[in-house]
Design a binder for this molecule. Structure first.
Ligand SMILES: *Cc1c(COP(=O)(O)O)cnc(C)c1O
Length: 361
């Protein structure tokens, strides 16, 4: 018998399941399962990507200086304290690798993003799940769960899959109350959807124990390219850069992301469309008897009477070529997460759910 065994914790990882994109027998599906931008990236990002095809024999930049400076310029940040990753997933993994490990604990919330648990286990640490208050992050519950072994606290704000967020005062209160051995990670994957919210960048500037992660996968429409970044105190960015592979981002990805962050007009248009269609969709579903919490992101968490009804509705949507996300794995079996698509998709999804509810579900 083989004695080849993985490190402790690895076999406890349930592999991440991405949003489905096919339904057997249906050609024109509408994919609303992965919180992608229905309009895709900026044309300037597409052009930069195509142009990069002429330099594929060259290694990419290893310090990501051009992209870091573009991000810093557009967000008003210090470029020296930005690090770029192959998606923010890679940065979440770096954080766990760098600060957590056997004998330590990593806190995430009851309905928190799956990668926190996966990356904590991969690093040999113990993930600690903390209750939320009616699908909203509970700062006091987090503080009550902190021990001497805690190293990281992950909060997505807005959170996926709930769509809810907590105010900047609450986040600041958490950062201040954490003991000095704990690093707070603010995952801002959906921060761009919230008008006037800096994702926690200001808090990062004021403190030594807060890191903010961001992504090009959602509002910027570049999920296929894998570009994310983080902003943090100099000591944290220095640590993360030591474990980052020198060529972790490809040249086309760097070029497209830089063009995307500079196209502020496209960003504003996508944000405005999302805000308008999200409100429309939430109201349409509520009229059909399907409530949702006020979402601050690019999806809605639709709540059904119970698990059976949520699953039956999902089947009904699928039969119509509409793919949404089941979230039982996030302790929300009675819910479906629906990405805000373009106007036609929103209308279709609302119509099909109305049909389902009307049929005496
Ligand atoms: C989508 C998402 C991410 C982004 O992942 P990438 O690796 O950047 O594509 C990070 N955190 C949350 C909460 C997300 O929903």
């Amino acid at each position: 018998m083989t004695k080849i065994t993985p490190q402790p914790g690895i076999m406890e990882i349930a592999p991440y399941e991405g949003g489905a994109s096919h339904v057997a027998g249906i050609a024109n599906v509408v994919k609303l399962s992965s919180n992608e931008n229905p309009f895709g990236p900026s044309d300037r990002a597409r052009e930069a990507y195509a142009k990069a095809a002429y330099s594929l024999h060259r290694y990419p930049s290893s310090d990501h200086a051009a992209l870091r400076h573009a991000i810093a310029e557009l967000h008003g940040l210090d470029p020296a304290r930005i690090i770029c990753g192959a998606g923010s997933d890679e940065i979440i993994a770096f954080l766990c690798q760098a600060y957590a490990g056997p004998g330590t604990e990593v806190i995430h919330t009851e309905h928190g993003f799956a990668m926190y648990r996966i990356s904590a286990l991969a690093a040999g640490a113990l993930p600690i799940e903390v209750p939320e208050r009616e699908r909203v992050t509970d700062v006091d519950a987090i503080l009550a769960a902190v021990t001497d072994a805690t190293r990281l606290v992950f909060i997505a704000n807005p959170n996926n899959p709930t769509g809810t967020m907590i105010g900047e005062g609450e986040i600041a209160r958490l950062a201040e109350a954490l003991p000095p051995h704990v690093l707070l990670v603010l995952d801002g994957a959906y921060a761009e959807y919230v008008e006037g919210y800096d994702g926690g960048a200001g808090l990062v500037d004021r403190r030594e124990n807060v890191v903010m992660t961001r992504t090009f996968s959602k509002l910027y429409g570049l999920g296929g390219l894998r570009v994310g970044w983080a902003y943090g105190p100099a000591h944290v960015i220095d640590v993360l850069n030591r474990i980052r592979g020198p060529f972790n981002l490809s040249a086309p990805a760097l070029a497209a992301a830089e063009a995307a962050v500079r196209d502020t007009e496209w960003v504003a248009k996508c944000r405005a469309d999302n805000t308008r269609l999200r409100a429309w969709l939430a109201e349409a579903l509520a009229e059909h008897g399907v409530p949702s919490d006020t979402s601050t992101a690019n999806f809605i968490l639709a709540r059904f009477a119970n698990r059976a009804q949520a699953e039956a509705c999902d089947e009904h949507l699928r039969a119509d070529g509409l793919i949404v996300r089941r979230v039982a794995g996030y302790n929300l079996p009675q819910c479906l997460r629906i990405t805000v698509g373009d106007e036609a998709s929103c209308r279709r999804v609302a119509h099909t759910i109305g049909q389902f509810m009307g049929a005496g579900a």
